[in-house]
Write a protein that binds this ligand. Structure first.
Ligand SMILES: *Cc1c(COP(=O)(O)O)cnc(C)c1O
Length: 396
């Protein structure tokens, strides 16, 4: 039996390679950080991690994790409702709710699970989910798992959203769901306008804060801080795998009845192991660090402005960004790959994206700025971009 299937897979894999879509992985042999060492390329500056606040190798987090491992052991060996709930899990849930100004929080093994398990327990056939066209794959999968009717609107297009709300007006409940920051462009969803439309058409709002938590808003409390809507949006989801230390874990936070229902019915919560106590402890430490002062958030915002201004001054075409994601537009797919490879030779680790990850003719290099980057490292990145830009003819 396997012979046939093996041939089929080999052919499919070859097709992926022929299409230039085969993904390979670089092996890092140091902690995740601004400066890393990879097995094949040696020392590089990292501009493609979601390590926005530079906490992935933070000493206080590491110590908190070690202390928790000594005090609470390695793993929980259970889902939450059987015997997988520790005091650290409860404390982290409370702290996440405080951070976002919400009523309650439920933890998951990943934000992929939070999004996968948020719709199905809350909505049925009579309801409608109205989803931004550029939402993360995990939201798309979550929607697929739910029986509610599906409506889609063009990215951050409020006229289209209104049309979809009108189309869904006879449904029992409506929910608008959106990424807070769209990861390919770096734009923030217009939550203020979404919230207005939600009120006008009697809909709930769900925002995935994965790329915005710790980043967007003066103190990094995400899109609801940016738009003065703290505590108003019914559902926020997010990850512990990006700005919040970068390990693993996800959460849904929001109105208490919603969270209560998720604890009863959300399948990734009921049927998947709880996060290790050390991860909960380090996440609590993350919240300590980013709420005791605003240093990391300020540094991230300053670094992002510094980088974007320098790149624009050099003549690069940067998508307007309101996050720590800077899309350097090259438009041409092969050029984006060549450019990224040349940057790698200069010791700059970035990723080029092209169709189907971004629309056809919209190829780009995505740069992710971190509070951990020094100005010297940002300068080195800009200088490498200029050198390769001139070499490849994208800069005059
Ligand atoms: C990264 C990301 C996720 C997945 O988060 P994990 O915790 O790594 O599963 C979900 N949604 C968005 C918008 C993301 O960017």
């Amino acid at each position: 039996m396997y012979d046939n299937f093996q041939k089929y897979l080999q052919k499919e894999i070859q097709q992926i390679k022929d299409d230039g879509l085969y993904k390979s992985e670089r092996v890092i042999i140091t902690p995740q950080s601004a400066a890393i060492k990879t097995k094949d390329e040696g020392d590089v500056l990292n501009f493609c991690a979601n390590n926005y606040l530079g906490l992935a190798d933070n000493k206080e987090l590491i110590q908190a994790a070690k202390d928790a491992m000594d005090a609470r052991g390695y793993g929980m060996s259970s889902v939450r409702f059987i015997c997988g709930t520790g005091d650290l899990h409860k404390e982290l849930e409370k702290r996440i709710a405080e951070f976002f100004g919400t009523e309650d929080t439920i933890l998951y093994a990943a934000c992929f699970d939070a999004n996968g398990g948020v719709f199905e327990p809350l909505l049925g056939e009579q309801d409608a989910i109205i989803s931004d066209a550029l939402n993360h794959a995990s939201i798309i999968d979550g929607v697929r798992l739910c029986k509610a009717k599906r409506f889609r609107y063009a990215n951050a297009d409020m006229a289209d959203l209104e049309q979809q709300l009108i189309a869904a007006k006879d449904c029992r409940h409506r929910i608008i769901c959106t990424d807070g920051v769209f990861s390919m462009d770096g734009n923030v969803a217009p939550i203020d306008k979404i919230y207005e439309l939600a009120n006008k058409y009697n809909a709930l709002v769900m925002v995935d804060e994965s790329h915005s938590a710790g980043v967007v808003g003066k103190t990094g409390r995400g899109t609801t801080e940016q738009y003065n809507l703290r505590g108003k949006v019914e559902i926020l989801t997010g990850t512990l795998g990006k700005a919040f230390g970068g390990a693993v874990g996800g959460f849904t936070t929001g109105k208490k009845e919603i969270i209560e229902m998720l604890r009863q019915r959300s399948r990734p919560y009921l049927f998947s192991n709880s996060i290790p106590p050390m991860v909960a402890a380090a996440a609590i430490k993350t919240l300590d660090i980013i709420t005791r002062d605003n240093k990391l958030q300020d540094t991230l915002h300053e670094n992002t402005n510094y980088f974007v201004e320098k790149m624009k001054a050099a003549g690069f075409d940067i998508k307007p960004t309101q996050s720590a994601i800077c899309a350097v537009m090259l438009y041409d797919a092969p050029l984006s790959q060549k450019f990224a490879a040349e940057l790698s030779n200069e010791g700059i680790y970035v990723t080029g994206f092209y169709y189907p990850v971004v629309p056809k003719g919209q190829a780009r290099i995505r740069v992710q700025v971190s509070a951990a980057h020094t100005h010297a490292q940002l300068d080195k990145c800009v200088e490498a971009f200029i050198k390769i830009g001139k070499k490849l003819g994208t800069l005059k």
